[in-house]
Each structure stands twice: as C-alpha cells, then as structure tokens.
Design a protein. Structure first.
Length: 333
C-alpha cells in the first residue's frame, strides 16, 4: 500500500469510526437523569455470584443513598432482548504506544490473541496507529479478520519454529494487521493527544448503550491516567512490552507505565495485566472476568451536571461477596 493511499485511509478511519459504531445509540431525557453502573460480584474462590438481586445491594452517590431503578444480570453468550443491557467487548491493539518486534514468536502470539477474540461477545476490534482503524465490528459483514481466522483455525503454531506461512494474509495490507510492525513515528506530546482522542471517541460511541462496556487495551505504555476519558468503559490494560522488547520487567513497580495501567483499571472497575508474555491468555482472562456482570441503574434527585467527578459506592448485605466497579463518574456540563 503506497503512502498516499495509506494516509487517506488513516484520515478517514477516525472520522468513520462513529458511523461504524453508531447503531443502537439512543440518547433520551430519561437516560440523562439516571446513572448506570456495571459491577462484577465474586464469592468463594473468586467464583462469580449468580443470584444477586437489587434487595442485596445499596448504592450511594457522593455518600447519599440512592433509589435503584433496575438491576439486571448480563451473561456472556446468553440471548438479550432489544433494549436490555448487553455485553460489549472493545479490543484496542495499540500500535502507536508500542513498537512490536516482527519475529515469528510475536506473530504466533498475535494469532493466538485473534483466536481468543473470536470467542468474544459483540466484538469490536480496533487498531490505533496514528488514527483508529476498525478491523471488526458487529455491523461489518463477514469475512472479517477475526472471523476468517477462526474459520481457518490455528495449526502448526506450537514449538520453537511455528509454521506461519498459512497466516501471512493476517499481516498483509489487504485485510490484516499491516500497521502492527510499523512504528507510528510521532512525538511524545502527540502520543498523549492521540491516545486521549481515541479514548474519547470510543467512550462517547458507547456512552448511551445500556450494558457492560469493556475496553481491553493492549499496549506497552498507557500514556494517560484520567478516567474521565474512559467514561462508561471498564478498562483492562494489558502490558505488551514483551512483544516489543523481548524482555519483561518482573517488578511491576519497575516500569513507570504500570502505575498508569493500574490506576486506570482501578478507577474503571477493570483489571491490569502486567509483566506477562502470554498476551493471548491475558485477553482470555479479561474476557472471562465479566462473563457474569450486573448492570444497575439508579436515579439521583440532586445530580448536578457540573463537569465534576462524583463518587459511587455499591455495598452488599450478603457476607463473603466482593464487588468491583468503577467508583466514580463524570457529570458532563
């Protein structure tokens, strides 16, 4: 693909993203008067709790108890009626903040990642390389990158010398990850600006869709910490530095980017996967974390659209149950 054509596609991709993903957005006056929070409930041995009800929890907004409007359980793979909360999985492969090494073992690992994505509900697969690229979305007709690979299956990838020839198309210019091994070539300030812009596009796209919205961010370095840019999203940062440097920082405090990843995950109710080289297994664990999720809506009579962050606290009266959720939201002006 020549430079002019590539640049044109890049410029169009960011603007076209909202159009690709806009289906299903419904902004109503009622939705603006309610706050939606999704949470994961775990019990003994971190097993998901399947039988929570609204009577089992209380919600406080800025330390004031609130009225629960609805609470529904969302289960991966289960049918969902129109208008009901559902599970969304957005996977962002960050080629702007990561320089992936083009070696056979990295190609094999990326193929395993794509294989895990083929099992995800409502998958949107994005690549960030200067601009956002949409490689798969529910509105696209097959074959797509992920669905085509799933139908082909993974063979010959085990051992020290994986047979990658049948999968060369995955990394080609036509349908595959042509940006994966190409450095973005932009400076530090642009990295932050483009990363923030990508987050805002993604979060605004899903803001008014009821349900659990996961963002699995595969990156070597998360350049932002502000959870406001991830409004309504549950972020699962996955450290991909092994695919960039070939070495791991075993001490999680050794890499400064890890603190950003941990902060973003904690603020949004997700999990951070650090200092691991099995990126595909990290993706699988992130997807499995929210296979059973609760989505609760509550009203607050004194909500002020003041552009500030507000604290949400969810508690349960049932002993031995842990709840994980995004503890704050941003009330836009």
């Amino acid at each position: 693909m020549n430079g002019s054509i590539s640049r044109t596609m890049l410029l169009r991709a960011g603007a076209a993203l909202l159009a690709y993903l806009a289906a299903g957005q419904q902004a109503t006056a009622q939705s603006q008067m309610t706050v939606e929070v999704s949470f994961v409930a775990t019990g003994k041995a971190n097993a998901p709790v399947q039988d929570l009800t609204a009577n089992d929890i209380t919600i406080k907004d800025d330390n004031k108890k609130q009225l629960i409007v609805s609470m529904e359980k969302v289960v991966a793979g289960a049918p969902v009626a129109p208008g009901k909360p559902r599970l969304y999985n957005v996977v962002l492969l960050d080629c702007m903040n990561t320089t992936f090494r083009d070696v056979p073992e990295n190609r094999a690992e990326m193929l395993r990642v794509l294989n895990e994505l083929s099992k995800a509900d409502n998958l949107t697969f994005l690549v960030l390389w200067r601009k956002l690229h949409v490689l798969q979305d529910a509105s696209m007709q097959p074959p797509t990158l992920v669905s085509k690979l799933a139908s082909q299956g993974l063979q010959g990838l085990e051992g020290a010398r994986p047979n990658l020839e049948p999968y060369n198309w995955v990394f080609s210019d036509q349908l595959g990850l042509f940006q994966l091994f190409t450095p973005a070539g932009i400076n530090d300030q642009r990295l932050v600006e483009e990363s923030v812009g990508a987050m805002r596009i993604i979060s605004s796209t899903y803001l008014n869709r009821p349900g659990r919205k996961n963002l699995i961010w595969i990156t070597q370095g998360l350049p932002i910490t502000g959870e406001q840019t991830a409004a309504g999203m549950t972020v699962y940062p996955i450290d991909s530095r092994y695919l960039s440097t070939g070495a791991l920082s075993i001490d999680e405090n050794e890499a400064p980017e890890h603190s950003n990843m941990q902060a973003m995950a904690k603020a949004t109710g997700g999990l951070a996967f650090l200092s691991r080289k099995d990126v595909a297994n990290c993706v699988r664990d992130a997807l499995n974390d929210s296979r059973t999720t609760y989505v609760v809506k509550y009203t607050t009579s004194d909500l002020k659209y003041d552009g500030k962050s507000h604290l949400t606290k969810i508690e349960t009266s049932r002993p031995g149950i842990k709840l994980r959720y995004g503890a704050q939201y941003h009330a836009a002006q």
